[in-house]
Design a protein. Structure first.
Ligand code: ADP
Length: 183
């Protein structure tokens, strides 16, 4: 599914983010940037040890929740990996939405600063971190739309969803938000 937003496009695909040939792919990292399971494990496995060697060197103190840092992409078919730290869901009253918004916005800013025309996001925080899929989808889509309406780059924002239910949650969020924005 593709939707035009300003001069750009938001695209939803079901698949594996490590295979995406994009300028930047986003990792759902933890704040120590120590690697983990899920999408983080897949990125470091396929990308090779170079990625963590770089983040260890450049970001020895890790990255705060709600923000993101950038590195090269090792063996992956992308130019950059942007390591975003989403919040752990603890019920929704601990600022989770603001932190998830901040993580997405920082990824988009870093992509723009590094001249990236295309960026791929996974469904940050919706795995081990337990953020409800439909709520996370709304935050992710709304943040991307707002950023794209205000900035020229990136022109292509692709959400790479792992499994049907994640795809459907983002599809519903995109249809709801895009129709409000086009009114
Ligand atoms: P978090 O700790 O932020 O919750 P996870 O990696 O546990 O991060 O999960 C985030 C999302 O990424 C989940 O929806 C999970 O299904 C998905 N995911 C896991 N592996 C991949 C992959 N290779 N490509 C894209 N998405 C993935």
């Amino acid at each position: 599914m593709k939707t035009a937003i300003g001069n750009g496009i938001i695209e939803l695909v079901e698949g594996d983010i490590t295979l995406q040939e994009m300028d930047a792919i986003v990792n759902a990292a933890n704040s120590s940037l120590a690697g983990g399971g899920g999408v983080d494990g897949a990125i470091h496995r396929r990308g090779g040890p170079e990625i963590m060697a770089e983040t260890d060197r450049r970001y020895p103190n890790g990255c705060p929740t709600g923000s993101a840092v950038i590195s090269g992409a090792g063996n992956l078919p992308a130019r950059y990996v942007i390591h975003a730290v989403g919040p752990v869901w603890t019920g929704g009253k601990a600022g989770e939405a603001e932190l998830l918004t901040g993580a997405h916005r920082r990824c988009l800013e870093l992509a723009a600063e590094h001249g990236c025309q295309s960026i791929a996001f996974p469904a940050i925080s919706t795995g081990v971190y337990g953020y409800p899929l439909s709520l996370a989808a709304n935050v992710a889509i709304e943040t991307a739309i707002q950023f794209m309406q205000q900035h020229e780059q990136p022109q292509l924002v692709r959400f790479v969803l792992f499994g049907r239910s994640a795809y459907e949650a983002f599809d519903a969020a995109l249809q709801a938000t895009a129709s409000v924005n086009s009114m």
